[in-house]
Design a binder for this molecule. Structure first.
Ligand SMILES: [Zn+2]
Length: 126
């Protein structure tokens, strides 16, 4: 048996890394995926009556956000810094979700991985 320096639990010689710690890491990644999914779901189910025309971010700004853009590039397209709603670092991989909300309730979320856009969603933009 080997003893893990990180969590102190014992594990079999045949493993290269502590299976307890690997499982914990996987669970954290799964939790983050769930949080991001919930945010995206919230955008899509936002009540339509809350969404109104005009003000803030436009559909044309949203369409200029491309996969692979940096946080700074997206902020400059949107014209403001937005709100950081998820900020994670799992095993050296960073994940962030930024949200922009118009006064009428229309909103945009953009997910970044390692500083680059991987996913975007909007509801109610005109
Ligand atoms: Zn461990």
């Amino acid at each position: 048996m080997k003893k893990c320096a990180k969590c102190g639990k014992e594990y079999d010689e045949e493993y290269d890394a502590c299976p307890h710690c690997v499982t914990a890491k996987k669970n954290r990644a799964a939790i983050m995926a769930l949080v991001v999914f919930a945010l995206f779901a919230a955008v899509f189910v936002a009540p339509r009556f809350l969404l109104s025309a005009g003000g803030g971010i436009t559909l044309s700004q949203f369409s200029r956000v491309q996969t692979g853009m940096s946080v700074q590039e997206v902020q400059s397209v949107m014209g403001d810094a937005g709100k950081l709603t998820v900020d994670q670092n799992i095993a050296g991989m960073t994940g962030q979700v930024y949200q922009w909300q118009n006064p009428g309730g229309a909103n945009v979320i953009v997910q970044f991985q390692n500083g680059k856009v991987i996913q975007k969603a909007q509801a109610g933009l005109q």
